[in-house]
Design a protein around this ligand. Sequence first.
Ligand code: URA
Length: 230
Amino acid sequence: MKKSLKRIDAHLSSLGYCSRSEAKQFLKRFKVCVDGVRVFDVSKKVPHDVVRIEGEPLDPEALLILMHKPSGVICSHDDAGVLIYSLLPERFGRRNPKLSTVGRLDADTTGAILLTDNGTLNHQLSSPKSDVTKVYEVTLAQALRGDEAALFASGTLMLNGESKPLQPAHMEVMSSTQVRLEISEGRYHQVKRMFGAVGNKVVALHRVRFGVYDVEDLGLGEYRVLDFGV
Ligand code: URA
């Protein structure tokens, strides 16, 4: 397949390395090579794969990132507080199209969250119809009463203010106040509202897995760029 060519100033800018107007300075300051030959001409058209900056390949053209979100970090572009994007290299925050989280985790929730700049993929993974499985470890304020697993599995639980019952969810009891919960939807504050509906309160929430991605090998705040074949 023929590789698409992009003007290097526009390409570096869309990947967040510098703005278009800074590209000339960027090419002077950093050793940017195409097929091993240093480039100074901002208008040069280049295929993505053969560009190196100080010997390093460019960031992927489409980004998919898995992060182990710490507590206290906010999945938003513009709220007050520590934003999730501040845990990534600054240039990721300057990319165009913009990098966004796939759905959200509450500020006090830890665990697996994906970020991507691919709108189609984001929609596919976060849409209510996507059926991506999410697994949570839930710590509760009060001991389980005993009927929660059956109710969650029934597909009849209606959350306050909603017009459709929740899809069946699988709950495994770990102790009287700890469960592992597998859900396929992603409604607003879903896990906390499910336990609210059975008279309990979530005191700690950790997402172990989103789809096939788990964060077992990532420390809090660490991330991995995933191989994303676009
Ligand atoms: N459900 C919640 O209530 N909060 C989250 O952060 C994720 C799922």
